[in-house]
Every structure is written in C-alpha cells, then in structure tokens.
Design a protein around this ligand. Structure first.
Ligand SMILES: NC(=O)c1ccc[n+]([C@@H]2O[C@H](COP(=O)([O-])OP(=O)(O)OC[C@H]3O[C@@H](n4cnc5c(N)ncnc54)[C@H](OP(=O)(O)O)[C@@H]3O)[C@@H](O)[C@H]2O)c1
Length: 167
C-alpha cells in the first residue's frame, strides 16, 4: 500500500489559520476530491472539526479520524487512537493508496513514511498558524500535473506537483 500526503501549501509554508484554510480555490478542491475519492483518507481530529458539518465525513471515501480522546465520537467515520492504527486499518481493507489529508500535526508525523506527496503550491504569503513540514526535494522526483492562473474565482495562482520518493 502506498502512503500519500496531499496538501495545499503557500509559498511561506502556511497551510492553515485559526482552524481554517487561508484561501478558497475551487479548482484545487476539485483536484483534492477527484484524487482522494474511493480511497481511505486519514485526518487529524482538528482537521475533521474544521470541515463544515454538511461536508463531513468527506463523501465517497472512507474517513479515518485520529484522536487521543477516547470519548471522541462522530457518525460514519472510523476513529483511531494512533496514526499507525489508521494506516493498519486501511491496509487491512486492501487499500492500494491511503491519503493523509492533514493537518499540520499529522503531516509532520507522517512525512517520513510517505511514498508520495501531492502538493498544490499556492502563490501567496498568507498569515497563518499551521505549516507544512520542510522536506528535502533532492530526495524526491517531481512531476507538474496542474497549473492555474488567477481568475474571477481564484485570487491566487497555483501549481500542483506530485513528489515521489526516490528509491
Ligand atoms: N492546506 C491544507 O492542505 C490543509 C489540509 C488539512 C488541514 N489544514 C489546516 O490545518 C489546520 C489543522 O491542523 P493542526 O495541525 O492544527 O491539527 P491536525 O493535524 O488536523 O489534528 C491534530 C489532532 O490530531 C490528533 N492527533 C495528532 N497526532 C496524533 C497521534 N499520533 N495519535 C492520535 N491522535 C493524534 C490530536 O487530536 P485530539 O486533540 O483530539 O487528541 C491532535 O490534537 C486547520 O487550519 C486546517 O484548515 C490545511
């Protein structure tokens, strides 16, 4: 099973502010949705909480939420007490590619075991309080898969790359 991270990251590495995303980029959200549909997604409890109630669990893919809170409860999600347990759960269900979908705490703990990283690089320097971890690009090959300029709906340009760990 491949372990993949997927994130949208600003030029200053910001990924979140006050429990939310610092931007609204529908084409990137569509890319995220199409890429992860049909696959197990693993997220931190804070990321889960940040998703508006009407959009969670994320449809069309089994949602795993990791939390240390034994009393945490949510409808139609699998709750795991560790990231390892979440990964094991996906593996046991014959997943081919599990997606780690953040936030910052979860990315930081999993980037070392990731096989692939899908990053939308956003041409912006927003204020933020949550960051994507640094990683050494020399250890990864990269492929540009999406490019989008500014338009009426998207106030930042972005490029999406898939990074694959060199063997
Ligand atoms: N730009 C992007 O692509 C992107 C993607 C996702 C999220 N975000 C943003 O990121 C922010 C949230 O990120 P965050 O770093 O604050 O939180 P997070 O990573 O979403 O969640 C952290 C929580 O996950 C649980 N957790 C962490 N490690 C664990 C472990 N090893 N075992 C069990 N549970 C564990 C804990 O939950 P408990 O406290 O319940 O124990 C912890 O408080 C939001 O602003 C969100 O909008 C951005």
């Amino acid at each position: 099973m491949i372990i993949s991270l997927i994130a949208a990251v600003a030029a200053n590495n910001v990924i979140g502010v006050k429990g939310d995303l610092p931007w609204h980029l529908p084409v990137d959200l569509k890319f995220f949705s199409e890429t992860t549909k049909g696959h197990f997604v693993i997220m931190g409890r804070k990321n889960f909480d940040s998703i508006p109630e009407k959009y969670r669990p994320l449809p069309g893919r089994p949602n795993i939420v990791v939390t240390r809170n034994k009393d945490f409860n949510a409808t139609n999600v699998t709750v795991c007490a560790s990231i390892e347990a979440g990964i094991e759960h996906a593996k046991n269900h014959h997943e081919s590619e599990v997606f780690i979908i953040g936030g910052g705490d979860i990315y930081r703990q999993t980037i070392g075991i990731a096989d692939k990283i899908y990053i939308t690089h956003i041409d912006a320097h927003p204020e933020g309080d949550t960051y994507f971890p640094e990683f050494n690009k020399d250890e990864w090959t990269s492929e540009l898969i999406l490019e989008k300029g500014v338009d009426d709906v998207h106030n930042h340009a972005f490029t999406t790359f898939v990074y694959t760990r060199k063997s």
